[in-house]
Design a protein around this ligand. Structure first.
Ligand code: AMP
Ligand code: ZN
Length: 465
């Protein structure tokens, strides 16, 4: 697969550094509330990425952390009067349930910051030892940005924007901050009253790790100093990923990630999602409106990951129809092919080859979906054996996209012989194309063969006269 790399700004071929498994890390959810569909754009695109690699025969090792120690989880667990572990466990379970509904594969390893405090302390010790970090008067520890000349490379901060000398004596204590406040960032935060019971002993006194450190520590633990790919939403490029690179490269050596994959944000109704605008949707919110998680998944993959995607309720409605159409097309292909399960054709020579090619060219999911539909159209003229072989290719691509098709009314007419189903499908297509003459003629042909066709809002139903 070729994939755009944020660091080099170029599309590069992916292959495992160790020649065995493709090992990658994705920054996981901050578990202090339900994840919204914007977060899920990132996780679903990640899932497609992994599925495409696996469909092409690669072994993967997928690590995704859980952010359970940060400003927000601590603030909200304190407000809820719960321990950090109890509070975050609830939201983690919700996150997992949503991932299952969206058909996202579980990562192979899912470590949490709470379970890796000693590793984080050890990394800070190493950074101090090497002169990349220093303790302040109050027992907090900061990463000295000026000690790492490559700081800013990933986010392409040019020298005009980034005068590392100016970061001296400027410190950022918050977990999140903007580009215009580049400063020495906090690795260890000395204990504060508002943190409640969430503090640990360290060589610098009681306190807790800063957010950026957790990923560096867990990556070292599970992927070592060199691994294949790192990813997250585009908002993580700066400062989070920039800080991860600085911490890891300075403390461990090694090259850290060989490839950087970032997913552009999901917008809603043309704007930013926000609670105050009332346009921040969760999977549950959309289920209440009558939409399934699979329809949400379809919308999330219907745009290219490097472009902003605008979410509307109309797009969900279109997704419902598209999934029905795919299900219908698949049923027809299956009926032409009969039950020849042992037929297969190389993906490259199937009618779905362009869809597979699109997925392998910078994960172009919208193009792949388009090619799936045109492949289905082309496959209507296939002979039985070819159809069976192409069905296997269709299913592989569907699986790479992680789409599960709805059980639809076509199954009720699965008793109809293949030639009748084909005529019905041709009539349906003619009707979609507003070719009324052809549609009427095909309906007549069906009735002379003893079949009647009834249209409904989702498609049509065939029954015997
Ligand atoms: P968080 O739970 O805030 O740590 O975010 C989890 C993931 O969702 C991160 O990779 C974010 O970059 C990503 N993310 C946040 N908002 C959006 C959005 N609107 N569209 C796509 N990804 C997002
Ligand atoms: Zn991270």
């Amino acid at each position: 697969m070729n994939l755009f790399d944020t660091l080099t700004r170029s599309k590069r071929a992916l292959s495992p550094i160790d020649g065995k498994a493709f090992r990658f890390y994705c920054c996981g959810p901050t578990v202090y509330g339900p994840a919204h569909i914007g977060n899920f754009r990132t996780f679903v695109m990640h899932d497609v990425f992994r599925r495409v690699l696996e469909t092409s025969g690669m072994t993967t090792l997928h690590v995704r952390n859980i952010t359970d120690v940060d400003d927000k989880t601590i603030r909200d667990s304190q407000a809820a009067g719960k321990s950090l572990r109890e509070f975050t466990r609830h939201w983690l379970e919700k996150f997992h349930a949503d991932c299952v509904a969206l058909n996202c594969l579980a990562p192979h390893i899912e470590p949490s910051a709470l379970d890796h405090i000693p590793q984080q302390i050890a990394m800070i010790e190493k950074l101090i030892e090497k002169g990349n970090a220093y303790a302040s008067e109050d027992g907090s520890v900061y990463f000295k940005v000026s000690s790492f000349p490559e700081y800013g490379k990933l986010s392409h901060l040019d020298t005009r924007e980034l005068d590392l000398g100016k970061t001296q004596n400027q410190r950022a204590d918050a977990d999140e901050y903007e580009k215009d406040s580049i400063a020495d960032f906090v690795l260890w935060k000395s204990r504060k009253d508002e943190d409640g019971e969430n503090y640990w002993a360290s060589p610098w006194g009681e306190g807790r790790p800063g957010w950026h450190l957790e990923c560096s520590a867990m990556i070292k633990e599970y992927l070592g100093n060199d691994f294949d790919l790192h990813s997250g939403g585009v908002d993580l490029v700066f400062p989070h990923h920039e800080n991860e690179i600085a911490q890891s490269r300075c403390s461990c050596g090694g090259n850290f990630a060989a490839h950087w994959f970032h997913i552009t944000h999901l917008m809603v109704d043309g704007g930013k999602m926000s609670k105050s605008l009332g346009n921040l949707y969760t999977i549950d919110d959309l289920a209440e409106k009558g939409y399934t998680a699979m329809e949400v998944r379809y919308v999330l993959i219907s745009g290219h990951y490097r472009k902003q995607l605008n979410f509307t309720l109309d797009s969900l409605h279109a997704a419902k129809e598209a999934l029905q159409k795919l299900a219908k097309g698949r049923a027809l292909l299956a009926s032409i092919g009969g039950n020849q399960a042992d037929c297969s054709v190389a993906m490259e020579s199937s009618v779905f080859a362009p869809a597979w090619e699109s997925l392998n060219q910078d994960l172009n999911t919208p193009a792949a979906l388009g090619h799936l539909f045109s492949g289905l159209k082309a496959s209507q003229n296939l002979k039985s054996e070819e159809a069976a072989a192409n069905l296997a290719a269709f299913d592989d691509i569907l699986n790479a996209l992680g789409l599960e098709l709805p059980v639809q009314e076509q199954e009720q007419s699965s008793d109809a012989p293949a030639d009748i189903q084909e005529l019905a499908e041709q009539r349906w297509q003619a009707k979609q194309n507003k070719d009324w003459a052809a549609s009427d003629q095909l309906r007549d042909q069906l009735s002379s063969a003893g079949w009647t066709i009834k249209d409904n809002p989702d498609g049509y139903e065939l029954s015997q006269l």
